[in-house]
Design a protein around this ligand. Structure first.
Ligand code: GSH
Length: 206
């Protein structure tokens, strides 16, 4: 039995959706300000997600996604180890984790970058600019059913969560011309609907 430590709508939603997709039993534990100190004993980084597994506690979205897909996906959603499909899907996931997620840190947590208000404003403004440029480029390229192509992969769940954060941009990422049908398709998946319902969030709301 797994336990997923999560915060609603955060990057832990990617893992939550995959657990639902694979239909494996798991418990959910919400991490918030009140439980943070206790949570640090389990995950000293203090961030979500963390997945308590029979093998131990695993952190980092990329590692958890690969672990779950290998254990439960049988090559589905990530591709079998050693294949081009696996490499290309991981390439997409790695870009989201190492390039795009940090841009959202500038957008949501500009005060992490400086104590000076004018520097924070600059960090946020540049982050916003880069995110809009990123989503416009992805929107133009997203001409197939899924962000990753004709076949659903784990990267699509990651992009869906990232696009959901982009609802605060103007224009909102989930409403962009090509991203919109992808986003609707993803958020209509029963597994995604179940995960969002349990986190008390909606595709475009809190
Ligand atoms: N590199 C980590 C990033 C995790 C992360 O930034 N989690 C955010 C939510 S999306 C978090 O826990 N933020 C709360 C905090 O930093 O205290 C991963 O990909 O799992």
């Amino acid at each position: 039995m797994y336990t997923l430590y999560y915060s609603p709508g955060s990057c832990s939603l990617i893992v939550h959706c995959l657990l639902e997709e694979f239909g494996v039993p798991f418990e959910l534990k919400r991490v918030d300000a009140a439980s943070k100190d206790e949570y640090r004993r389990l995950n000293p980084k203090g961030k979500v997600p963390a997945l308590a597994t029979p093998d131990g506690v695993l952190t980092e979205c990329v590692a958890i996604v690969e672990y779950l897909c290998d254990r439960h996906g049988d090559g589905k959603l990530l591709g079998k180890a050693g294949t081009w499909e696996r490499a290309k899907t991981l390439e997409r996931i790695a870009t989201l984790a190492t390039e795009v997620h940090p841009l959202f840190n500038r957008f949501f947590h500009e005060d992490d970058f400086s104590d000076a208000k004018e520097v924070q404003a600059g960090v946020k403004a540049r982050g916003t600019q880069k995110l809009l440029a990123y989503f416009r480029e992805e929107d133009a390229a997203l001409t197939r059913a899924y962000w990753s192509g004709d076949t659903l992969t784990a990267a699509d769940f990651y992009f869906m969560v990232i696009a959901r954060w982009g609802r605060w941009l103007e224009p909102p990422a989930p409403r962009m011309h090509h991203i919109a049908p992808f986003y609707t398709r993803m958020t209509a998946r029963p597994a995604v609907m179940r995960a969002m319902q349990r986190e008390a969030i909606t595709p475009l709301g809190t």
